[in-house]
Design a protein around this ligand. Sequence first.
Ligand code: CA
Length: 226
Amino acid sequence: MRILIVEDERRSREFLAKGLQEAGYVVDVADDGEEGLQATRENDFDLIVLDVMLPVRDGWHVLEQLRTRGCETPVLFLTARDSVPDRVRGLELGADDYLVKPFAWTEFLARVRTLLRRSPVRTAEIIKIGDLELDLPRMKARRGRQPIDLTAKEFQLLSLLARRRGEVLSRTTICEQVWDMNFSTDSNAVDVAMGRLRRKVDEPFENKLIHTQRGLGYILEDRAQS
Ligand code: CA
């Protein structure tokens, strides 16, 4: 899950970005409206957190541009004042939710999760591959009846492989989707993370689901079926 934060106040932006990263999301940031729009042209996001008062182009403009372009990504609007005309205008322009500053972190995270659940880009909430079952909204994984205890990052890694099952994912793709774009060119980090994931997801079970495609990357599929 990839989230864009468009917010010009540095401390607030860093606070939200750090919190969302710790919750297991991939986060991009932009500090003005123009940069925000540019980011949406370069990447697909599952959610955009958009401050209303922004330099260069304000949040209203950004939202209008996005919707005019046919971009359906959910938008959580952040505003400094709770006024009815602002709220109405935001909703008319196609904002999906609205949060008035200052807000509690827990409330912010709850709104983010709700919007991501509603996200139109989401195809399935539960993915099943062999006896592996991933509950995306609850971030839970199990094999058969056995729950698998994963960190937020491990869950993200597994859900990326699961959403694109049967497809070889390169280390670069995995890096981009699960960590930051410019995380590292050191593909060893992906191998280490994948090793940890396999110890939890595959090692205790007879039917291995995660496979290495030498020189290319990783693939998740149920080969016992074919
Ligand atoms: Ca602002």
